[in-house]
Design a protein around this ligand. Structure first.
Ligand code: FES
Length: 90
């Protein structure tokens, strides 16, 4: 997974009493169901993102890292699909 060493994601798992799902899309990005909100911290900057879903780059070719910009399609990125589910009460 290529996210950069200064990028930290925090998800308020449990605050919404819901699960977080991380989907590794076949030959593509990492989709995260956020539960509605997440905090992106890069260096000293912290940005609150209020979206139910975000897509992260795992191919390394996005010009908008850590987010996917679709460049994996032309880069010929190949990777299997997988899903991770984190339960708030687990
Ligand atoms: S996974 Fe989409 S640009 Fe990298």
């Amino acid at each position: 997974m290529i996210l950069g060493s200064v990028t930290i994601f925090r998800c308020r798992l449990g605050q919404y009493n819901s699960a977080m799902k991380i989907e590794f899309r076949e030959n593509g990005s990492i989709g995260i169901e956020t539960g509605g909100k997440l905090v992106l911290r890069q260096g000293e900057q912290e940005v609150v993102i209020e979206k139910p879903r975000v897509s992260l780059c795992r191919c390394g070719h996005s010009t908008n890292k850590p987010f996917c910009d679709g460049a994996h399609k032309t880069a010929g990125f190949v990777a299997p699909a997988a899903v991770i589910e984190l339960k708030a009460d687990a």
